[in-house]
Design a protein around this ligand. Structure first.
Ligand SMILES: [Zn+2]
Length: 240
């Protein structure tokens, strides 16, 4: 099931890259919606379930919440490292293709984590799997979009950008498939989902939402975001 859903992620990533090639003016609405769906999944579904699965307090705080904060910080750290490289290389004012490839490789690694989270969620429960599938598939559009844009922005050939896009699209399927090889204890799964939630929230708050509002600071983008959160609340409520 997880691998089947990961195929949806595969298609969504390719769709994002395809749109990146021919920029449309509806992009900000899709990104706004993706940000809302991610916020909804993390806050309304992922965290409550992760706390239930890995709620053992560590020095007064549930383990799942500590890992959630750790995931947020880890994503922040990775982005900071990429930014430092970018500044160092770009000081001379020229765009170094290597920077684009490094950033795209980070996107591939992230997409692999998406796949693992997908498989882990389905190991916890079916409803958990569906929730994470929503979070992964909805933002994979942004993943594909960013992978293609980052690679080509720094002067890499179109063929290379397409290659990175394909790698980012295949990574969730590979990640989900690896989770079929082992069964993890529920405590560990909950912890990983907490960590994943932190990274996901960072991605939504620091990358996707600012990009959605970048060129079109419109009310409709905000409505898409709120609609995304409301949709997840509805899904969680119905599943209860
Ligand atoms: Zn992703």
């Amino acid at each position: 099931m997880a691998v089947f859903v990961a195929l949806g992620a595969f298609l969504m990533t390719l769709a994002g890259g395809w749109v990146a090639q021919r920029v449309t003016d509806r992009r900000h609405l899709v990104l706004g919606l993706a940000g809302g769906l991610m916020l909804g999944v993390v806050g309304l579904d992922l965290l409550p379930e992760a706390i239930e699965a890995a709620g053992t307090p560590v020095f007064g705080v549930p383990a799942a919440l500590l890992l959630f904060v750790g995931g947020f910080l880890a994503a922040h750290l990775v982005e900071g490292l990429l930014a430092v490289r970018q500044v160092a290389h770009g000081a001379s004012g020229e765009r170094v293709p290597q920077v684009g490839l490094t950033a795209a490789a980070a996107m591939v690694g992230h997409s692999f984590m998406d796949g693992i989270a997908l498989g882990a969620a389905f190991q916890v429960s079916g409803s958990m799997g569906v929730a994470v599938a929503l979070a992964v598939i909805s933002h994979d559009f942004a993943d594909g979009f960013n992978t293609y844009t980052l690679t080509s922005l720094y002067g890499n050939a179109r063929r290379k950008a397409l290659l990175m896009l394909f790698a980012a699209a295949a990574a969730p399927v590979v990640g989900a498939a690896t989770t079929l090889l082992f069964t993890l204890p529920e405590e560990l799964l909950g912890g990983y989902l907490g960590f994943f939630g932190g990274a996901l929230l960072y991605l939504a708050a620091a990358e996707i939402l600012p990009e959605a509002h970048h060129t079109h600071p419109t009310r409709s983008t905000l409505l898409c975001t709120i609609g995304g959160v409301g949709f997840i609340w509805l899904v969680v409520g119905i599943a209860e």
